[in-house]
Design a protein around this ligand. Structure first.
Ligand code: NAD
Ligand code: GLY
Length: 386
């Protein structure tokens, strides 16, 4: 099976890298890593967690060793609470103990938590050492591994301390998705639908067709099907290309941009998603599941404001429905969600911005003061309480 390559060109091509998508390519990652590092690179440290390293660590380590590089490993805890200052500090200490030099490199092997933490650590150790991503969740493949946002969580909120630090390359083996828990696959597809909804009708339809052709409940049983592997590879390449196109023309998410290509549009569905995660103490939803609900709330607001037609929003609802039932929301207090918006507004020191839809593939950024509070509340009630 062929691999696909998606280029990410930044700063007028002065910094560019490729995202490679293939099947059963993990044992080739050593040569890929070596070819993306400087000639004097000697050592790579793999950051992962116990679960992912247990599944794929041996193959990755051996491939890197076979390429002639030295390999060290540092495992962090599994879960959002480990994307923390404590883990960061410990990781930097391990870099120091292993005497990593500026020419050496860090590989993130895992989902978005490992990627965000490892990327941030790489960005500040010795003022920046090379960083490579081997994402192993669907969300990390189509979103977090591409575009250079790195972060840890803190008392100020989730992801508010971090850096923009691009990887030297991203290596995706779709075979790793076979071991992913079902809810993580659902979460990843919610993000894929989100990217389709703001990206283009073509990307949205491609994502929907994939979910119709390969019902999500059978996802992990399809890995012997050549058609499935080809279609999944192509879908991921299209999703990544969309993300790359946005990042390439607004790498650092300029605060003053409000046009439909601003990097801010990637936050479609996130206003409600962050509130849902916060009021349930980050325990009830996978991030992508909360984004699933968030896209529906943003869609409903767009419809109620009459900026988007009802048929487009119905289609959005139907396609989100293809991922199956999302976690129950009937016990969530609507007022707590509204309070959380107010908190977010204070925390970022500016007006809350909503990413809405004019049609599928056409996002619109709107300041919250231009949206009647009653519309926001009614939309949340409709989506969460049916
Ligand atoms: P995650 O990293 O927690 O991974 C989900 C779970 O899957 C974990 O338990 C992990 O151990 C396990 N896992 C990973 N790969 C596996 C595999 N192949 N087989 C079996 N299990 C596997 O979650 P995630 O959804 O990948 O990432 C969420 C994080 O990403 C959040 O912290 C979010 O803030 C961040 N994020 C960052 C960006 C960005 O642009 N940097 C974008 C979106 C999300
Ligand atoms: N996931 C949002 C971004 O990369 O900007």
């Amino acid at each position: 099976m062929n691999t696909r390559s998606v280029p990410v060109n930044l700063d007028g091509n002065s910094h560019k890298y490729e995202v490679i998508v293939g099947h059963k390519v993990l044992n080739d990652c050593g040569e890929w890593a070596k070819s993306n590092l400087s000639e004097d690179s000697q050592k790579i440290i793999i950051i992962s967690n116990e679960k992912v390293f247990g599944l794929y660590g041996k193959e990755v380590s051996e491939s890197i060793k076979n390429s002639g590089l030295l390999v060290e490993t540092h495992l962090i805890g599994d879960g959002e609470e480990y994307k923390s200052f404590d883990t960061l500090q410990n990781t930097l200490k391990v870099f120091g103990q292993n005497e990593l030099k500026r020419s050496d490199a860090v590989i993130a092997l895992g989902g978005g938590i490992v990627g965000d933490l490892a990327g941030f650590a790489a960005s500040i150790y010795l003022r920046g050492i090379s960083f490579l991503q081997i994402p192993t969740t669907l969300l990390a493949m189509i979103d977090s591994s591409v575009g250079g946002k790195t972060a840890v969580n803190s008392q100020f909120g989730k992801n508010l301390i971090g850096s923009f630090y691009q990887p030297k390359g991203v290596w995706i083996d779709i075979a790793t998705l076979k071991t992913l828990e079902h809810r993580e696959i659902v979460a990843g597809f919610c993000e894929a639908i989100k990217q389709g909804a703001i990206g283009s009708k073509e990307l949205f339809d491609k994502t929907a067709s994939f979910l119709r052709d390969y019902p999500i409940n059978n996802f992990i049983y399809n890995f012997d099907n050549e058609g499935f592997l080809r279609d999944l590879t192509n879908l991921l390449a299209s999703q990544i290309d969309f993300k790359a196109q946005i990042v390439m023309q607004d790498e650092k998410e300029s605060s003053d941009r409000e046009d439909s290509k601003s990097r801010k549009i990637l936050n479609f569905g996130h206003t409600t998603a962050h509130a849902l995660e916060k009021v349930t103490d980050y325990k009830h939803f996978k991030h992508g599941e909360a984004v699933g609900y968030g896209t529906l709330v943003a869609g409903e607001i767009s419809k109620k404001l009459d900026i988007c037609d009802g048929n487009s929003i119905k289609l959005l609802n139907d396609v989100v429905g293809l991922v199956g039932k999302l976690p129950e929301t009937k016990n969530i207090e609507i007022d707590k969600i509204l309070e959380s918006f107010a908190y977010d507004k204070k925390a970022i020191g500016q007006s809350l911005q909503w990413i809405l839809l004019e049609s599928i593939g056409k996002p619109k950024i709107l300041q919250s003061q231009f949206i009647p509070k009653s519309i926001i509340k009614e939309s949340i009630i409709k989506v969460l309480k049916g």
